[in-house]
Design a protein around this ligand. Structure first.
Ligand SMILES: [Zn+2]
Length: 108
């Protein structure tokens, strides 16, 4: 698969091969870390290959390459499960998590 983000969305510099790192791959999804040598910003780009077509979702990040690779290796979490967990580290102070869930329309 190939990264679909060719230009830095912030300064429009064309990415070079040495700017692009494949940091994760699962079945039909690849995660790339793209670092811009011009503006110093980074982007994460997911490329998804389904039914012979490829789509990409990218976001600008302040994660370093090392942080992005570490984050990619973590197991996914479910905020609703975490919110109801007895072992939740935020027990008794869950206003931030409720706000996040409210913003995504998960609470009524
Ligand atoms: Zn840039």
């Amino acid at each position: 698969m190939k990264v679909m983000l060719s230009y830095c969305p912030l300064c429009h510099r064309k990415y070079q091969t040495e700017d692009i790192y494949l940091i994760g791959k699962r079945e039909n999804v690849e995660l790339f870390y793209l670092s811009c040598a011009n503006c110093g910003k980074a982007n994460l780009s997911y490329s998804v290959n389904l039914y012979d077509s490829v789509t990409s979702i990218s976001l600008t990040t302040d994660l370093s390459y090392q942080d992005a690779t570490r984050l990619e290796k973590l197991d996914p979490i479910n905020l609703v499960t975490e919110l109801n967990s007895e072992n939740a580290s935020f027990k008794g102070n869950n206003s931030l998590y409720k706000e996040v869930l409210d913003n995504f329309g998960k609470l009524t």
